[in-house]
Structure formats: C-alpha cells, structure tokens
Design a protein. Structure first.
Length: 276
C-alpha cells in the first residue's frame, strides 16, 4: 500500500512538473509560432495555432533590414565580458568572506543583496551623467561595467555559498605545504568549486544577455545588443507582431541553445553542496 502511494505521489509530482514547465515554455513557443505567420495571422482573433501558412518572410525581412551579426556580436562581447569581469572581482571577495570572515560579513552580504531591490530607474540619471563624463555612453566597455556591477551581488552570494561548502582544512593543508594565496585560490579552491563557478557564470551570462533596461538607455547604435535589436521593431506606426516575434526568436535562440546543452552543468552547479 505504501509503495502504491509513493508511486502515485511520484506520478502526480511528475505531472505537475511537466505542467509548470509547459506553462513557463508557452510564451516562448507562442513567439516562435508567431514568427512563422503573416502579420494578419499574428493578430487574428481567435488566434491561429499550428494550422496556418508557414512562411519565412519575417526572417528575411529582419535580416534584410538589420545587421543581425553586429547585434549578436555585441551581445556575446558584452555578456561574456561582464561575466568574466564579474568572476574576477567576485572570486576573491567570496573567498575572503567564506574563509576569512569578520563580524560584519553577514551584514555586508545582506547589504550587497539589498542593492538589487533598488529600482534601476532611480539611479539612471546619475549613471547616465557619469557615462557621458567618462565617454562610456554607447560603448561596449560601459555596458560590460554596468552589467557586471548590477549582477555582482548575485555572483558573490552564489560563490560564497559554494565556497562555504569546501572544508577549510584543505586550504590550511595547502598553506602548510607552502602554497601562497595565489596558488591556494587558483590550484586548490577553483578546481574544487568548478561546478559552482560554472553555474554562476552561466546564470550571469543569461542575466546579462537578457538585460534590457540598461542596454536600451545607455546605447544608441554602436554598442546596441540584441535587446535593442528587438526593440527596433516597436515603432510609432504600431507593433509588427510577426516581425517582432522573428526578431525575438533570433535574439533568444543562442542563449536557449547554450542553456539546453549546459543544463546538466547548470543543475549540478546549482545543487553543489546541497547533499553532504
């Protein structure tokens, strides 16, 4: 009887998981389907599902109208650069908080996390002026710096959690064997925390790739990433839903593919240290 109840519970949990997964994936599926419709079919009421005349005209129009490769390269450069820079800054910070804590470590971590609660629009004006003064407006360097800073609290928190799961005695043994601070971090800490670091990097890459507020307000043309590429299909004449969906599909496709192939690593990293 207990075995039957357990089996039923597993089946219910599996069904609920699939339902939630499909519910989350539905907007993406709808966007992809809409990208293959004509503009008339995209706004039809009732909506047209799978039975419509599939067309690639929207993709042709998007590629003819915009330099997709330039927007794509900007997104890769900005998201990748902010991730690498964030890890360079966050790894030493998380190491010091995990292995050389002070009485204020917890307060510092909470303060860092509280900065994520500040509405971005509340600081856009001073940051905009700073970017103008420093010549960072509409530059990839400026976007790398701002995206690194807004995601830094999450990176530090995640790395701190992973580092806390590593026994400090291992690092002490490395010190006794003559390892300096640099060798201790590079050759001992980083290999042991590699799953956590990889998942942190992947999460930061996704957050930076999808960031729209700062990329739309701090760029115009030169450094515009794929978020600006999508926004260009919203015009005073109205929304062109089919073409907008095609642009959105082309923008999210690279990160979806990356997430699909790295999902095992991401899950492994996110559960790193959960079971002792």
């Amino acid at each position: 009887m207990a075995r039957k109840v357990t089996t039923t519970r597993k089946s219910v949990n599996t069904a609920l998981a699939w339902a939630v997964g499909l519910l989350i994936f539905f907007p993406i599926l709808w966007t992809i389907l809409t990208s293959f419709k004509t503009e008339g079919q995209a706004i039809s009421d009732p909506p047209v599902w799978f039975f419509f005349d599939w067309t690639l005209d929207n993709y042709r129009t998007v590629l003819d109208r915009s330099d997709y490769s330039r927007f794509l390269w900007n997104s890769v450069f900005i998201a990748g650069g902010s991730t690498v820079l964030g890890l360079i800054v966050a790894i030493p910070a998380a190491w010091s908080m995990a292995f050389v804590p002070s009485t204020q470590t917890k307060n510092i971590l909470l303060w860092m996390l509280s900065t994520k609660m500040l509405p971005a629009v509340g600081v856009i004006y001073p940051i905009y002026l700073i970017f103008i003064k420093m010549g960072l407006l509409d530059t990839r360097t400026g976007l790398i710096i701002i995206l690194m800073l807004i995601n830094l609290p999450i990176i530090v928190w995640m790395l701190y959690t992973y580092f806390k799961e590593i026994p400090g005695e291992i690092l002490e043994a490395a010190r006794m064997d003559g390892a300096g601070l640099r060798n201790e971090i590079i050759f001992v800490l980083l290999p042991m925390a590699l799953p956590g670091i990889a998942s942190t990097a992947l999460l930061n890459l996704i957050l930076a790739w999808n960031e729209a507020f700062w990329t739309l307000n701090l760029t115009a043309a030169k450094a515009a990433p794929l978020t600006a590429f999508i926004a260009s299909y919203s015009s005073p004449e109205g929304l062109f839903y089919a073409k907008l969906s095609a642009a959105s599909t082309m923008a999210i496709a690279p990160i979806l593919i990356l997430g699909w192939f790295s999902q095992k690593q991401l899950v492994r990293g996110l559960t790193f240290g959960a079971v002792k």
